[in-house]
Ligand binder design. Structure first.
Ligand SMILES: NC(=O)c1ccc[n+]([C@@H]2O[C@H](COP(=O)([O-])OP(=O)(O)OC[C@H]3O[C@@H](n4cnc5c(N)ncnc54)[C@H](OP(=O)(O)O)[C@@H]3O)[C@@H](O)[C@H]2O)c1
Length: 262
């Protein structure tokens, strides 16, 4: 099966290409690439992937077409992909618009952790997509991490807001934490290491058992120590409300992008 990636040297397209090759999901000669800036002599250590001349050439040489350009570049592609399985990574371009290309449409919402093979990339499949296509989608996405099928396209906008945000909220928290430390006179390097201990160490403790998070918060509260005082102050200052507001704003933005310019 030949896989074409439009946007093959971008952040996500490149991560997918690298994962497909390094996990030997696709042979280099079965990978068809296209970007805006032109072919590169080396693609993740391989010289033999095929560089397409343009979008039509990529479609002609591919069974599956992955669209990983920015949403603003979609209309300029003028993709015609009749008979192809088309995976779109684009936020805010809905299935109705995508279907104009004539392919069987799957929308996927990966995130920046694709780069380290740790993206959670849920997908939604339009009606024409077959069970065999679904197996293909799962197999291809295993190159960059894990996936689930969503029952409803609207949930893609929610996934854009949460897993699609990648490291944004942990990074925002780290900036606030390190800023507090520095303001208290802690050196720059130690302030960042302290923030890293909380954000990364905490994330590792929760890895694989995230559903225990409420139990963990309750245990900290019940302990009635310094962390309980911190949690209570954070909630009083609107911590959970701020997270919900962030996710609402991001979901809303994804929906508005899908509706097109006002
Ligand atoms: N980055 C994320 O964390 C993330 C998360 C969820 C969803 N997404 C979605 O994934 C998509 C890709 O995002 P990204 O961050 O990977 O973008 P990016 O790094 O800007 O990459 C865009 C790619 O598209 C190529 N391109 C642009 N116009 C083209 C054209 N007319 N023909 C062929 N190739 C063209 C660019 O080529 P050059 O390399 O030559 O410039 C580049 O390879 C976006 O739609 C975004 O909504 C991204």
């Amino acid at each position: 099966m030949r896989i074409g990636i439009i946007g093959a040297t971008g952040w996500l397209g490149s991560a997918l290409g690298a994962g497909l090759l390094s996990r030997q999901i696709v042979r280099p000669g079965d990978l068809v690439l296209l970007n805006r800036s032109g072919p590169r002599p080396d693609y993740h250590g391989h010289a033999d992937p095929v560089w397409a001349r343009d979008v039509a050439d990529l479609v002609a040489q591919s069974d599956v077409v992955v669209v990983s350009v920015r949403p603003g570049d979609w209309s300029g592609l003028d993709l015609r992909a009749e008979g192809r399985l088309v995976l779109s990574f684009m936020a805010g371009i809905g299935a109705q618009e995508l279907a104009r290309c004539g392919g069987r449409i799957v929308r996927v919402m990966p995130n920046a952790a694709a780069e380290i093979g740790a993206s959670y990339s849920p997908f939604w499949a339009a009606e024409a997509v077959t069970d065999a296509d679904r197996n293909t989608v799962r197999h291809l996405l295993s190159a960059i991490g894990t996936t689930d099928e969503l029952p409803d396209e609207a949930q893609i906008d929610l996934m854009t807001a949460l897993p699609g945000s990648g490291a944004a909220y942990p990074a925002l928290m780290a900036v606030a934490m390190a800023g507090f430390m520095r303001a208290q006179g802690v050196s720059e390097a130690i302030a960042w290491r302290a923030a890293e201990a909380a954000v990364i160490g905490g994330a590792r403790l929760l890895e694989g058992r995230i559903t225990d998070a409420p139990v963990l918060v309750a245990a900290y509260r019940d302990y009635r120590g310094t962390t309980a005082a911190g949690i209570e102050a954070a909630e009083a200052a609107g911590f959970s409300r701020a997270i919900v507001a962030a996710l609402e704003a991001a979901t809303d933005k994804a929906r508005r992008m899908a509706e097109g310019p006002a």
